[in-house]
Design a protein around this ligand. Sequence first.
Ligand SMILES: Cc1cc2nc3c(=O)[nH]c(=O)nc-3n(C[C@H](O)[C@H](O)[C@H](O)COP(=O)(O)OP(=O)(O)OC[C@H]3O[C@@H](n4cnc5c(N)ncnc54)[C@H](O)[C@@H]3O)c2cc1C
Length: 437
Amino acid sequence: MTADTHVNGESSRSKPKHIIIVGGSLGGLFTGVALKQHGYDTTILERNPTNLLENQGAGIVAGGDTLAFFERYDRCKRPVAVASQKRMYLDKSGKVVHEEVMKQTMTSWDLCYYMLRANYDHQESGYCKVPGPQPGDGKIDYRYGCTVTDFKEEDDKVRVFYARADGGKDSVVGDMLVGADGPSSTVRRILCPDVDRKYAGYCVIRGTVPEGEASEEAKTAFVERFTFFHAPGIQNLTYTIPGIDGTMEKGKRLLNFVWYTNFPEGEQDLEEVMTDKQGKRRRITIPPGQMREEAWEMVKRRGRDRLPPQMSEMVEKTQQPFVQCITDVITPKNSYMNGKVVLVGDALAGFRPHTVASTSQAAFDVLMLVEYLQTGNHAEFVRRTMEYARLMQSRGVYIGNRSQLESLPLKDYIEDRNMMSIKREDLEFPEWTQVRV
Ligand SMILES: Cc1cc2nc3c(=O)[nH]c(=O)nc-3n(C[C@H](O)[C@H](O)[C@H](O)COP(=O)(O)OP(=O)(O)OC[C@H]3O[C@@H](n4cnc5c(N)ncnc54)[C@H](O)[C@@H]3O)c2cc1C
């Protein structure tokens, strides 16, 4: 497959092709931004009924491939990540029991989202300048309120069917379909109906507190730090991320916590925490603003009883908490119909967040997709993306279960964490991850 290309001085080769992308979150936008700059026409279909996705205001570790993506394709030219200098471990009393110098970069979902929207469809926001179109860019089309329901091969093309938010039905034809529709992917369900997304037995409670509202003790523990606490059934990780409109200014950033806590299937506490303000039992996520007061009180009590004081303070001071059930899912294959339909990001494999690699996976998949489209090397695309997905998905299950279901000496938690910091280029892929295409 070839297309007109102009990034990095490559020359024009042939007429751009039209690629349909399902999902307009980070994975879909990585795809749209990169393909646009390589001259492909793209249509993004996003089911959200409004133009902008709801900001959950939470942190993302900016892994190597996320940074590489922005380095290569971002035209806003603003910084995307805040650096933390040290990794620390606290005990229950809040004392530092281990620390090591380790530089790491953190960003936020909203900053990435708005930078990608500025790059894709010139969306204005307080986050960044909007770069203008450049000669050679492919055509773009971001359609929200479009829930994809089906697709089929039509000659050498793919027709994608969707339901519009106004109740109507429509379809669009393209040369290729990219499923970037997340861990409950419809594209995957159509291709592999037997693949299940399973609850792992624990949830993550998330929230942010402005740096300026934190006590001195909390600032010492979390400002430009990556700080952990482990106890049976609990892991808490707190770190600094960009603030409102992506500001990196000291004192105006946010302290972001990620608190894994066990809620076994069938227990009343799980039902409590996953029932929203309207009394609806949500399956996977309670978004910001939807947590019931009683449930939040129960979570805060858990925090007071079980967390170090600096971490419990973050929970107490959070205004917009949200909860996600931790789940496992992986697709056996990421390419179908002779490479005409592919899956990227969470649609391919939903990693446990301990891997801190979900956004990086989406960026990596798209960097590999571009290479496939440019060179036609389909086998290499499948091999590299599948091997990475298999290894990281399985490691997430391994370290997540050790953290939540076992009681280990601190050095084991540290080793597990350090295993997740190995650069992708340095990973070794055991035989069971390997793909023969
Ligand atoms: C609103 C939102 C906020 C998030 N906030 C954070 C955060 O703060 N921190 C963090 O670490 N991770 C966050 N994530 C998850 C993170 O973005 C992903 O793990 C990672 O970036 C890979 O994303 P993805 O694009 O593959 O999947 P997802 O982020 O799950 O995106 C999938 C997209 O596909 C759309 N979609 C699903 N089904 C259909 C369909 N049938 N038709 C059309 N569209 C469909 C969804 O509405 C969604 O926008 C968030 C995701 C979303 C959607």
